[in-house]
Design a protein around this ligand. Structure first.
Ligand code: CUA
Length: 327
């Protein structure tokens, strides 16, 4: 017990099966490596801090000026053995830290060739994960013991992708792609944060890594990809609004964003630029999605991109059914 407690406090051994006093759980193979290097640097620093400060205090006390008539003894000019020692030992230590740290850095940055690739998109204010099947999800689902590589980018501003349990952190930047990879070692759920202040919703920019048992991931992906069949159209539409970028510009709470709110839209008359009005029926919503420039709502800019080819008929229908529920 006492031994294990000391091990936990010092951060070594099989410490973090459940998370230690200092560190979160070690959820990936990379986390183990990162923690070992961190512990090495930490304890080397602590050792030399204690050594140097103790010697300093000792010398200050031992060789203090006891009498005003004391004269300083001349310092020795040179001590080759001492100087070689205090140069060689630190060089060896920093070389060990560099080689170990740099190798681990490279390993953590180069995904294995057989890794499962997921696209990660940061946007205000959520993470979206696109799987090879084309399915888009708000959480990152993976299989245990499988190398997963993340190809990450941002749609708007700089976000920071951070999974403490995997010791994984990288900024995602609009206009470029960055990569990370990991191999989760234990089924469970782990928190994802955003670590760059990206605006009002920054602190809500959460997601989960869900690590499945062997076989569970495939079942989940199959079921999640078929949400149009398994959910009601309105539920599926709500999901599509969140995951396909609609919610970035259109709120459902009545406040105007870049585009008009979806609240109480369906079934009402919409005032258009130029003084005309149009009834917001099924055809209006469909046209607004497929040809957004056809009718511009009064007070808004014609900035919406077309979703032709990006949403299927079935998906558009689901979104329409969802809008009907927003009264
Ligand atoms: Cu995204 Cu902070």
């Amino acid at each position: 017990m006492g031994h294990e407690l000391i091990g936990r406090l010092l951060g070594w051994a099989s410490v973090q099966a459940e998370g230690g006093f200092w560190m979160p759980v070690q959820g990936s193979t990379g986390a183990v490596v990162v923690d070992r290097i961190f512990s090495l640097v930490l304890w080397v620093s602590v050792f030399f801090f204690v050594l140097i400060v103790s010697l300093m205090v000792f010398f200050v006390v031992r060789y203090r000026r006891r009498d005003a008539r004391d004269e300083a003894t001349p310092s020795p000019r040179h001590n080759t053995l001492l100087e070689v020692t205090w140069t060689a030992i630190p060089i060896v230590i920093v070389i060990v830290i560099f080689v170990w740290g740099f190798t681990a850095f490279l390993n953590l940055n180069v995904p294995p060739a057989n890794s499962y690739e997921v696209l990660v998109t940061g946007q205000k204010w959520k993470w979206l994960f696109t799987y090879p099947s084309g399915h888009v999800d708000e959480d990152l689902h993976v299989s245990v013991n499988t190398p997963v590589s993340l190809v990450m980018t941002s749609e708007d501003v700089i976000h920071g992708f951070y999974v403490p349990a995997f010791r994984l952190k990288r900024d995602v930047v609009p206009g470029r792609y960055v990569k990370l990879w990991f191999r989760a070692v234990k089924p469970g759920e782990y928190q994802i944060y955003c670590t760059q202040y990206c605006g009002t919703g920054h602190s809500d920019m959460w997601a989960k890594v869900v690590v499945h048992e062997p076989g569970g991931f495939e079942r989940w992906l199959e079921e999640a990809s078929n949400f149009l069949k398994t959910m009601s159209p309105a539920q599926a539409g709500e999901r599509l609004v969140r995951t396909r970028g609609c919610a970035q510009c259109h709120t459902v709470n009545g406040t105007a964003g870049t585009g008009p709110t979806f609240l109480s839209l369906f079934g009402h008359q919409v005032a258009l630029e130029g003084g005309r009005t149009a009834p917001a029926d099924e055809d209006y919503v469909r046209e607004s999605i497929m040809e957004p420039q056809a009718k511009i709502v009064a007070g808004f800019q014609p900035v919406m991109p077309t979703f032709k080819g990006r949403l299927t008929d079935q998906e558009v229908t689901a979104i329409i059914e969802y809008l009907k529920t927003l009264k």
